[in-house]
Ligand binder design. Structure first.
Ligand code: SF4
Ligand code: SF4
Length: 161
């Protein structure tokens, strides 16, 4: 049974195109170190959908209305998580020096899940290297190697920024 479970393939619910001519066709190494650099310290947007808000609310055991009121802001016709002081994401916690934690990690928004496989970072090796300057998980030569299918599944997620 365990063997059968381990062979179960989870397919994305959206079509994913694979082009083996891209510069990252042989995969990319990445493993989050939990440094928190991408979650705070500078202004930005963490886009959420109403469904995200419902999931976050359920996880925090509050109503979607209270969740939206406390943690979400409207930006033109879209919605983003609010920021705390120093532009930290409203859900970023800093329990100690050099330590960070996402309060809603199991239900974090899509753009948090699909980093660093965003169009801007995958545009060229140079773009990847530049992004890696603030993300130590992207430049760790010992991090797990993720294959092209995994990368494209993340990059082409319909809610990816
Ligand atoms: S910047 Fe990179 S290593 Fe640091 S928390 Fe974000 S994804 Fe993880
Ligand atoms: S929701 Fe969590 S993972 Fe996403 S930016 Fe905020 S603290 Fe970081």
């Amino acid at each position: 049974m365990a063997e059968l479970e381990s062979k179960k393939v989870v397919l994305p619910l959206y079509p994913v195109e694979i082009d083996e001519r891209v510069w990252y066709a042989n995969g990319l190494r990445f493993e989050c170190t939990g440094c928190g650099n991408c979650c705070g310290g500078f202004p930005g947007f963490v886009w959420v959908t109403p469904e995200n808000v419902r999931q976050i609310a359920a996880y925090l055991e509050m109503t979607p209305e209270a969740c939206a009121l406390n943690y979400v802001r409207k930006i033109k016709d879209k919605y983003s998580l609010r920021e705390k002081l120093q532009h930290d994401c409203v859900f970023l916690e800093r329990p100690g020096p050099g330590q960070t934690r996402c309060r809603i990690y199991p239900v974090r928004p899509v753009q948090c899940r699909t980093w660093p496989y965003w169009d801007a970072n995958l545009a060229s090796p140079r773009a990847w290297t530049e992004a890696a300057q603030s993300c130590p998980g992207m430049c760790d030569g010992k991090a797990p190697l993720h294959d092209l299918k995994h990368i494209e599944t993340q990059r082409q997620h319909p809610e990816n920024p």
